[in-house]
Ligand binder design. Sequence first.
Ligand code: NAI
Ligand code: MG
Length: 487
Amino acid sequence: MSDLTPLSSLNSLQYAPAPESRAVVTLQSAYGHFINGDFTNPASSEQFATLNPATGEQLATVAQGSDADVDAAVAAARKAYEKVWSKLPGSERAKYLFRIARLIQERSRELAVLETLDNGKPIRETRDIDVPMAAAWFFYYAGWADKLEYAGFGSQPAALGVAGQVIPWNFPLLMAAWKIAPALAAGNTVVLKPAETTPLSALLLADIIRQAGVPDGVVNIVTGDGRTGAALVNHPGINKVAFTGSTEVGRIIQSAVAGTGKKLTLELGGKGANIVFADAPLDETIEGIIDGIFFNQGHVCCAGSRLLVQESIHDDVIERLLRRVEQLRVGDPLDKNTDVGAINSAAQLAKITELSDAGVLEGATRFSSSCALPSTGFFFAPTVFTGVEQTHRIAREEIFGPVLSVLTFRTPEEAVAKANNTTFGLAAGIWSEKGSRTLWMAERLRAGVIWANTYNKFDPTSPFGGVRESGFGREGGRHGLEAYLNV
Ligand code: NAI
Ligand code: MG
C-alpha cells in the first residue's frame, strides 16, 4: 500500500468554490395546488413551509391539501379521463409526453437548481442524473403510448382510470416522472402528492405540463403531508395507488387498499448488500462502494448500505475505502465540486444520528470523515462502520443516510446467507471477475434488482422494484406499463 498517498496529505487539497447561480429559479412565496390545469386556491388555509436543508432558510409555503382539495383533484382527473384522455389515440398522448420531455430538457437548469435548493442534493447530481433521467422517462414512455398492444399485455390493453400517486423526498422530480410518465402513456389520468419537505420541483413540473398544453385535469398535483396522502389513497374515486416511501407507510396503505379493487404497487425501503469477492477489480469496486452508499447522501432505497467483503481482502478494501471517504467533498449542494450535500430534514438527520450512535453502542467500530461540516443546515459526515454483526441495528434497519455497515464472509454460500438475512429485498451488487460466480450468486440473492460490477445504475428501459418488505410491482421498462393497465 506504500504507493498510496497518506491520509493526512489529502486533507490539504483545496478547490476554489464553484457555486451554481440560483438566479435561474423564480420562487413564489406561497403555492397552491395544481388542479384541472391551473394553480388553485386551497380549500383550507392550512399551509406549511418547505426549507432549504443546506441553510435552514424557508423557500416558500405550500398548501396542506384537505379532503376537499383531494376531492376536487380526483374529480378533475376523472372528468379528464372520461371526456378527453381515454378518447385520444395513443399517438396523440405520445405527443404530449414528448413535449413534456423536451420542456424538461429546455428548463433543466431551473429544475436542477430548484431540486438542489429544496432537497439538499448536490447540483452535480440533479444536473447530471435526476433531471436528465426524468426527461428520459418521459421520452421512453412516450414511445410506448401508441404501441401498447405490443407490450405483451393482450391485444387491447385498457387503462385503469385515475391513478393516485404518493412519492417521497429523496428523488422528488424523478419519482414524479417515474409515476406520471407510464400512467399517462397507458391512458390514465393522475393525482400526485409530493413529499412535504420537497414539493417544489413537482409544482414546477406542473408548470411544464401546463406549458406542454396537456389537457386540463390529466395531471393534478396536491401538496400536503401524510394526511393528504391518506385522503388520496383512500379516495373511492381512484382506481390505482402507486406509492414509494417507507415500509411502515406501505403497510398502512396495503391494508387500506385491500378489498377495494384498487390496483396497488409499493416501492419501499431496502438494506442492499454490496458483495465484494477477492477477485474484484479493486479500484472500480471502491468507486462502486462509494457510489452505492454516498450517492444522494445515502437517501436511496436501493443503497448498497451493507458491504459484504471477502475476508482475505478486508483490510486492503477498508484502507482504500477510508482513504476515498476522506476525499469526499461535503458541503454546499449548489457548489459544483460537492460530492455529498445536505441531509434532507432535521428529522432524517436525527434518525441517522440515532442509528449511528446505536452502532457504536452495539460494538461496531466507527470511522467518520474528518471533513468540516457547514455550520448551518443539516449535514452528516460520511461514515463507515467495520466489525458489524448481523444482529446490530445498523445491519438490519434502513438508515437512509451516508452510513455504511461492513461485514465479512469467507465463501459464496456465506455471502448469500448474509445478504439474504434481511426482511428487505430491493437491490444487491456483486463485484467479481468471474461471470459464472456472478450468475450463481444472482440466482440465489433475494432482491428485485442485482447489479454486477456496478451499482445504482438506472435506465427507463429497465424494470425496478423489490420483493418481501421492499414492496411489489415494477417501475420502468415494459414491465412498468403493467401497473397502469387492466391486465
Ligand atoms: P414516509 O413513508 O412517511 O413518506 C413518504 C410519502 O408518503 C410522503 O409523501 C408522505 O407524505 C406520505 N405519507 C405519509 N403517511 C402516509 C399515509 N398514511 N398515507 C399515505 N401517504 C402517506 O417516509 P418519511 O417519513 O419521509 O421517511 C421515513 C423513513 O422511510 C426514512 O428514514 C427512510 O428510511 C424511509 N424512506 C424510504 C424511501 C424509499 O424510497 N424507499 C423514501 C422515503 C423514506
Ligand atoms: Mg425542502
